[in-house]
Unconditional design. Structure first.
Length: 447
């Protein structure tokens, strides 16, 4: 099967896959940002309700990690099989991943409903915040199957080179969410429940779009309903374990961050910082999600050429991926340092919240310029199926962050806890670059 991944124009191929994927991820951030923007502007309860949604964030992101376990785990395997011209085997992986992710989605939804209340208390909800967190999460969980299938199976559209089709599926959901949010929240007076319900409907639309494409003749590989092969699923889970654990560690860190803020910030200051942190994490999603789109969307180039044993194309692709990621992060770094207030006022116009959050964003983003190298290297190893390097490098960065979260508040005060991110964003990439220049080169030489 001839594919655009055979192209010798690596720069054009990187741009052709990275830009739509970046836009798709940027738009997908709107799911959470639009919800939080409208919630933060609800009269009287806005700031408290926003803190409640912020507590839900790490839990819901952890649930979405199961989409990465199967989607990002299976996508590189499909790309490698295509590079080896084993199309039938690639189609088997796709079908097995669909059946497995469908079963996981139902199981995760059921378990999440059972543990919902405990999770919210464990993850930092205060007495004032809990009712809003509980309402939002209860409605959001009803769409778990749609969320996981749309996100996870979209990876199999990207890995075939149909990045624009994958982007359109995300655009569809985001557009619906933007339209429905104000209607449900303000016109129908549903408040927090309305925001969650709008998101569920939007995710349902994206899910239908993705599955319709993968079941149709438009897709080079089609889904077939059959019992999954154990060998394929074990291979997918082994490779997908890296992104799954990365997301899991990210959420453990955010949960720890919220918990330490609640513990050392006290009642009023703690709730203030929780609301500020919710806005901060929304801003960080605007950096990390599109950056992940650049490095994740181009994994298929690396996997395909790894399977085809073309190390020269892999090196050239990684060069352009890093350059594109750095340019994007440089723009976002400038925005974070110079004009964070523009973004913050989308959520709240309270001067106390605006001033505090602006300081936090400037602190938290000090190490952003090194992030594209961290992402490109770890996602690159994942795309080539090199599990151990990707996991070790990602885990190291998380360990640094985790240590800072627990050490900073008791030593220099809770307001300085946000320095944990620039520390990890500096030390982590330095180690990753060192590994890439040594072990990475040896790996490519073996091809």
């Amino acid at each position: 099967m001839t594919t655009q991944l055979d192209s010798d124009d690596i720069k054009g191929l990187v741009l052709g896959l990275a830009l739509p994927s970046m836009v798709a991820q940027f738009v997908s951030v709107l799911y959470s940002i639009v919800d939080r923007m409208y919630i933060g502007n609800i009269a009287v309860i806005g700031e408290t309700a926003l803190a409640g949604v912020g507590v839900c964030g790490p839990i819901l992101t952890m649930i979405s990690a199961f989409a990465s376990l199967i989607g990002i785990g299976g996508g590189p395997l499909v790309s490698i099989r295509l590079g080896q011209h084993r199309e039938k085997d690639a189609e088997k992986v796709l079908s097995d991943c669909f059946m497995t992710l469908s079963a996981i989605s139902v199981l995760v939804m059921a378990v999440s409903f059972l543990l919902k209340d405990r999770l919210l208390w464990w993850f930092g909800a205060s007495e004032a915040v809990f009712p809003y967190a509980d309402e939002y999460m209860s409605w959001y969980l009803s769409g778990t199957v749609f969320a996981l299938l749309s996100t996870g199976m979209n990876q199999f559209i990207i890995c075939q080179g149909y990045s624009k089709t994958a982007m359109r599926s995300v655009l569809l959901g985001a557009a619906l969410n933007i339209i429905l949010d104000p209607v449900f929240i303000f016109v129908l007076g549903m408040n927090v429940k309305g925001a969650a319900l709008a998101t569920v409907i939007s995710q349902f639309a994206s899910c239908i779009y993705v599955l319709r494409f993968l079941f149709s003749g438009k897709s080079a590989l089609r889904i077939h309903i059959k019992r999954p092969e154990k060998k394929n699923i074990l291979g997918v889970c082994k490779l997908g374990l890296t992104p799954f654990l990365i997301i899991a560690f990210d959420n453990v860190m955010l949960i720890s961050l919220n918990a330490m803020i609640t513990k050392y910030g006290g009642g009023q200051e703690g709730d203030l910082l929780l609301s500020c942190n919710t806005i901060l994490q929304s801003f960080m999603l605007m950096i990390t999600m599109p950056l992940g789109g650049i490095t994740g969307g181009t994994q298929t180039i690396l996997g395909y050429n790894y399977g085809a044993r073309r190390p020269d194309k892999i090196r050239l692709a990684q060069k352009y991926i890093m350059i594109l990621g750095f340019v994007f992060c440089a723009v976002m770094f400038a925005a974070a340092q110079l004009v964070p207030e523009i973004f913050i006022r989308i959520f709240t116009r309270d001067p106390a919240y605006v001033d505090q959050t602006a300081r936090i964003i400037r602190t938290y983003t000090l190490g952003v310029l090194l992030l594209p190298f961290q992402y490109a290297i770890t996602d690159g190893f994942t795309g080539m199926g090199v599990f151990k390097y990707a996991f070790a490098l990602s885990a190291w960065r998380k360990v640094v962050y985790f240590a800072c979260v627990f050490l900073i508040p008791p030593v220099v005060g809770v307001t300085n806890i946000f320095y944990c991110e620039p520390f990890s964003d500096t030390i982590g990439p330095i180690v990753s670059i060192t590994v890439y220049l040594t072990l990475g080169r040896r790996l490519l030489k073996k091809l």
